[in-house]
Design a protein around this ligand. Sequence first.
Ligand SMILES: [Fe+2]
Length: 427
Amino acid sequence: MAHYQQQGDIPPKRHTQHRRPAEGGEGAKGELYYEELMGEEGFSSDSSLLYHRNIPSTIAGAREWEVGDLSTTPNHPLVPRHLKLHDLFTAEEVATTDVVTGRRLVLGNGDVRISYAVAGATSPWYRNGIGDECVYVERGAARVETVFGAFDVAEGDYLVIPRATTHRWIPVTDGEEPLRAYCIEANSHIAPPKRYLSKYGQFLEHAPYCERDLRPPVGTLLAEDVGADPAEETEVFIKHRGNGPGGIVGTVHTLPFHPLDVVGWDGCLYPYAFNLRDFEPITGRVHQPPPVHQVFEGWNFVICNFVPRKVDYHPLAVPVPYYHSNVDSDEIMFYVDGDYEARKGSGIGRGSISVHPGGHAHGPQPGASEASLGVEYFDETAVMVDTFRPLELGEGGRAVDDGKYAWSWSGGRGSGPESGGGDFSIG
Ligand SMILES: [Fe+2]
């Protein structure tokens, strides 16, 4: 992140003595806080300094954590797919599902994994040692407690959580909708596109959002602020590199204290929230190219969003997209809200994912282009992840593949081995 933040109690000069308030008589010194430099790219990129009450390397126990089924299956034979995420969790399962241990892998490759959770339970304390996470809140709300401070997130929020940030998810359970979390886990960092930024990192005027739209954590958050004992022994679930599926395994560390022990921090590395409704759509007389929808990027993938917007206003404009071959990418669209003019008749609806793989052109369903003529406004909300390496189907994706989307451009006439009208699911 480009812009510097400072919260809580920090010393005026970095790497100098910083002490707890003194107890006792004149001349007494408080105990030193423990300074931690949390830095990216070998301390050659963004970093923050955190001041802990406890030695941050302390552990009192370690055991293996089974991170769940992270196996993947190639999209072979190659077909576009429709995955129905709202079928992944029953109403009964929500109460005991948490965002961290309950997320189910939908799609993944060596750069990024997309998982989904409908959660009513508080997650354990957690940090992802593999890469940054960008969690999109499709519905519902949650409080997210991190060592940098807390967030209240709700529908439409992205929460970008840097690699190795200790945090937990506490769903709001008395709302109309349960917390629905669309979890994008990178093996790298996730950041605003470089082309939106000045050479020193300020958002430029053409960017569809800027610093004012980003919500950093406000204030510090200590154990006693959440009603916990600072000396409370606590487990932290860590996802990290190893020899499991996708090169991922898990470990649980036991700390002999509560992880919320940071009295102050400053720097440019911290979690932040951004709401999709604060993304200002870029529109034009004719169809604008897909990169105008980009919101974030990671190594070998981008995150885009489609928001309600005025559509193309040339007198002869065709508002829905042209057919396109994104020859270097798989395109994964998560449909959150609205009408989806281009997908009419395909079965796509709220909670759907479309998988449009590289090597195969895609575009509107039959009749959608003609039907869109004269339309002035699209009421649609969607989050898209485009990956340069092919995505494979995870356990969750295989479970909710509708098996017939591939035939939606041919009037349902499928020719796969299982088709007979068209089920081609590998789930
Ligand atoms: Fe596309």
